[in-house]
Design a protein around this ligand. Sequence first.
Ligand code: URA
Length: 229
Amino acid sequence: MQLERMLQSQGFGTRRECRALVRLERVTVRGETVDDPFADLDTADLDFAVDGQPWRYHEKAYVLLHKPAGYECSQKPKHHPAVFALLPSPLVVRAVQCVGRLDEDTTGLLLLTDDGQFIHKLTSPRHGVLKRYIATTKHPVDDAQLAALRGGVELNDAPGVSVAAHAVERLDANQLSITIGEGRYHQVKRMVAAAGNRCEALHRVAVGRLELPADLAPGEWRWIHPDEI
Ligand code: URA
């Protein structure tokens, strides 16, 4: 792939902008400055740098973010900054999208990608990808509430439909682990409310097999491979 085209595909601007970056000798490929925007590159395991910042070529971008509270999963945030503000500009230029949404006050594992098929696969109810959350509750969790969440509760926008957790476990007097397969609007908070309690804080710890890395601080992101999920 031509260097300027490769840079454009990775979110470094228009072809003209990428050509200028190369001509200004701001780009190194595998450690060497390349000043020919049309240089032909093998993209396999391709490491390059722009203004000294190292990058690796990714045909599609798949990243995970430790979402802090106070950020919206929206391109047009209303009251808080968007999660995209936490990502470097090339990922934003590549137009990565959230794989499902977390509420503004929900923290934890958020996936983002520019692969539309991947988003569809992970968010489609048909695939039922499991998402695990830690919910901190206002009142102590009792056995009746656990039984209701396991057996199914009715949500106000779908009367007559029973929505059950895939798994529920009490972790502490006011904390439970809850796993769901769908992704309805405010689903966990509404399920906890329908079971007779109230969700005071919500943290997502896993999507499919992928867990939030313990060493990833709130606001930090990292590349992932889709096979990890
Ligand atoms: N369920 C909720 O209620 N909120 C989230 O952010 C995610 C799941």
